[in-house]
Ligand binder design. Structure first.
Ligand SMILES: *[C@@H]1O[C@H](CO)[C@@H](O)[C@H](O)[C@H]1NC(C)=O
Length: 324
């Protein structure tokens, strides 16, 4: 009898160990470290919020930083504040990411890039039926096409210097709205889900060039943009997207940089984002065998939790509809 128990328990232990071992050998792409010190980091939307915090963090870690944004006076302010905090200069460029020729000119002038951070993004909250198509197009053009423009402009230069400077990175700021669709987010979520397709395909294409793609999923973050957004958000969006409060831009920047440096494909910024990442892992690449292990072991439970969330959200929508 004791023998039966023993083999039962050793089997229970053996299966996870075997799984860990298998995952250790099969996770792809292989783990990598992307250096930041003395590397050229190029950040869009870098004059405020997460972009500015990330720019300052990269400067502090010894990177040469270029920031791109639209507003010249805000760029100047950003340069001043980084100089004040670190004693070092950053390069600033003004361009609209929707204008490919302008983006191309800036990228050429800024010089070859090691780490490209596509952090720009816009969100105009509204139900699709009431939203102007111009606003839909604005979100798709900035969030999705703007990112295409940057990558397309930067890639040739990035590839050329890899042999000399080691691993490079393209980091794309998605959003929790890029992991799950929510009331009032149709165009925004479409643009951010689009970034996931772009990131997954792009990683296949540039892994042999030693360039590593990261997709960052920040939650609500205390930025000037976010304050505006909350004011305009439909009531149901606020109910469904209700989170435990917004994260600080500095915290998001720290998580993002850690994710970039470890070449993580999906980069969550808090525990909620971690759970969302595990729940939406699907067919995404995974470099960490430990994370892969968590994904495999909790897949069923995560699906159950997801269904529970949908039950709650549809309940809110129903209640809201009845009130109307
Ligand atoms: C640019 O930024 C400044 C300072 O934050 C602001 O006052 C101004 O309205 C902005 N300009 C545009 C065109 O958004």
């Amino acid at each position: 009898m004791a023998d039966v128990y023993f083999s039962f328990f050793s089997l229970i232990l053996l299966i996870p160990l075997l799984l860990l071992l298998i995952l250790y050998f099969i996770v792809r792409p292989k783990p990598v470290r992307v250096p930041i010190k003395n590397r050229h980091v190029f950040i869009t939307g870098g004059s405020s919020g997460i972009g500015l915090a990330l720019a300052q963090l990269c400067v502090q870690q010894g990177a040469d930083v270029t920031i791109l944004a639209r507003n010249v006076s805000r760029l100047e302010e950003a340069k001043q504040s980084i100089k004040l905090a670190t004693g070092r200069d950053v390069s600033i460029f003004s361009a609209d990411v929707r204008d490919y020729d302008a983006v191309k000119r800036v990228v050429e002038e800024a010089g070859p890039i090691d780490v490209l951070v596509c952090n720009h993004g816009v969100y105009v909250p509204q139900e699709l039926e009431d939203q102007d198509l111009e606003e839909v197009k604005f979100m798709i053009d900035v969030n999705l096409m703007g990112t295409f423009h940057l990558i397309k402009a930067a890639l040739p230069g990035m590839k050329k210097i890899r042999a000399e400077r080691g691993p490079g990175s393209i980091a794309i700021m998605s959003s929790q709205g890029g992991q799950v669709g929510i009331y009032g987010y149709t165009a925004y979520s479409a643009s951010k889900f689009g970034l996931k397709g772009l990131a997954e395909s792009l990683q296949h294409e540039i892994i042999s060039d030693n360039i590593h793609v990261s997709l960052v999923f920040p939650p609500d973050t205390e930025t000037p943009g976010f304050a505006e957004e909350v004011k305009r958000r439909p009531q149901l969006s606020s109910i469904i997207a209700a989170s435990s409060g917004a994260m600080k831009a500095d915290e998001v920047a720290k998580k993002s940089l850690n994710g970039i440096q470890s070449g993580s494909f999906m980069v969550p910024c808090n525990f909620e984002g971690f759970l969302l990442g595990v729940a939406t892992a699907g067919l995404s690449p995974q470099r960490s065998f430990l994370m892969a292990f968590v994904e495999v072991m909790t897949a069923g439970l995560m699906r159950f939790a997801g269904l529970f969330f949908q039950w709650n959200w549809y309940g809110c929508i129903e209640k809201h509809a009845k009130k109307k």
